[in-house]
Design a protein around this ligand. Sequence first.
Ligand code: SF4
Length: 224
Amino acid sequence: MLGIYALQKFSTLDFPGKLSAILWFSGCNMRCPYCYNPDIVFGEKKLEEDEVLNFLKRRVGFLEGVVFTGGEATLYPNLYNFAKKIKEMGYEIKLDTNGLKPHTIYTLVENSLVDYIALDYKAPKEKFYKITSSRKFEEFEKTLKYLIDKNFNFEVRTTIHTDLLDENDINEIIRDLKQKGYRGIYYLQNFFDVEKTLGNVSSQKRKLDISKLEKLIPVELRNF
Ligand code: SF4
């Protein structure tokens, strides 16, 4: 059963400017070869909502935010009610998502149940299936357009493994973001070597050549 897989009680890094707790949700609707959370992607619920809510109640006034990550948190069937209970305690919520569930995201945003979103732009349209094993690029695109049109507080980011994505792919994403009117920073997150990945990918053979990227929108690098 899908649900909360793990709780990290404290983080200063994952929610910009906020002391936060992190909740990992089990399951995912993608299969990215570089994914370093395969146990969560194929995992089941390990924590009850009440345990988490009781913990958060005790941390009111100390923690400021809660991060929903995974796996893919938008697959959790009770996400709306759960987020509502967390918001009622006064927390801000950050959602990490691959964007394949636009209606879930509209509902959270329209009901003020999320304050910040980190949206993964996994790959340009032609490579989307290769990277994610999902044919739902259009669903991702709906999420992206909605957040841009809404002028919502969100970031777009891409994980880079140069065996899978190259400078041309990233330039295609940059052009698409520019054309769609994205006004934020585009974050490039360099793959870092871990023991176990979903597709058993090996180390990158080379680093992305940043000098080849088109300067149409602001780009920032993470882990390079
Ligand atoms: S990296 Fe891909 S497979 Fe792993 S949790 Fe994120 S979207 Fe799912």
